[in-house]
Design a protein around this ligand. Structure first.
Ligand code: HPA
Length: 248
């Protein structure tokens, strides 16, 4: 089991434990002129490295996130397992707003993102196995932690990753549903694949904050999303802290 855990926070999730106990470090990578800022702290005797995916003030939209720099910086800081937090829309019946999901599959609908470390021709290891994008051991610990806290959690589900930043059309959501997607978000890819290229076990805990486009008569409202997010984020934090404590 990993000794240092990386946690990637999504929308609304800008710190993990107590910010005053964390130390900010800056890691330069070959993928950006700017350093990636990470917060290091110790939780239950384990070193944790926290990264906020969209930047501290949510300035970076999903298609502009420098996923390669982020994942490389986590690797450089010694991270051996990653828990990613994703905020998503619900597509299938069980995935109602407020629901917590530990996805087990991904369909990638993004385009034009810097999505691999193997850009050179004839790179030796460029065809990674991605049959199961999410690490089973980390998924199990996250699911067990959620259950032990008596939170309702969907174990398994297909995450359809769209390009954003706009939300989808109703027809696009119907297509995703026909493809087998349970939830839709904008940030699982290329993050999960880059973690696999770096051989870092990776799992996600996703919070459903709205019904996806066209599934209700109402427009998707940011007021509704924010209130669901505010309620869910505390639960996600508890699950992650409990999972960190439970790691062998
Ligand atoms: N679609 C894509 N990404 C999202 C959604 C959605 O409905 N809700 C939160 N992130």
């Amino acid at each position: 089991m990993p000794s240092i855990i990386g946690v990637i926070g999504g929308s609304g999730f800008y710190s993990l434990g107590n910010e005053s106990d964390s130390v900010a470090i800056q890691v330069l990578t070959p993928f950006s002129d700017e350093a990636v800022v990470l917060d290091k702290e110790s939780i239950a005797g384990r070193d944790i490295v926290f990264l906020t995916r969209h930047g501290k003030s949510h300035g970076i939209p999903p298609h502009k996130v420098n996923y390669r720099a982020n994942l490389k910086a986590l690797q450089e800081s010694g991270v051996e397992g990653i828990i990613a937090i994703n905020v998503v829309g619900g597509i299938t019946k069980a995935m109602a707003p407020g629901c917590i999901v530990i996805p087990d599959q991904i369909i990638d609908y993004t385009w034009g993102r810097q999505h691999t470390y193997f850009d050179e021709l004839d790179a030796p290891e460029n065809h990674i196995d991605f049959s199961w994008p999410y690490d089973l051991a980390l998924r199990t610990i996250l699911a067990e932690s959620a259950v032990s806290l008596a939170f309702t959690v969907e174990q398994g589900g297909v995450y359809g990753c769209t390009q954003g930043p706009r939300l989808e059309s109703a027809a696009e959501i119907l297509r995703l549903k026909n493809d087998g997607c349970d939830i839709v978000g904008m940030t699982a890819m290329p993050e999960a694949a880059l973690a696999r290229e770096l051989k870092i076990p990776y799992a996600s805990i996703a919070l459903v904050v709205n019904w996806a486009a066209g599934l209700t008569d109402e427009e998707i409202s940011f007021a509704d999303i924010s209130s669901t997010l505010d309620e869910g984020i505390g639960k996600i934090r508890q699950i992650i802290l409990s999972a960190i404590t439970a790691l062998p």
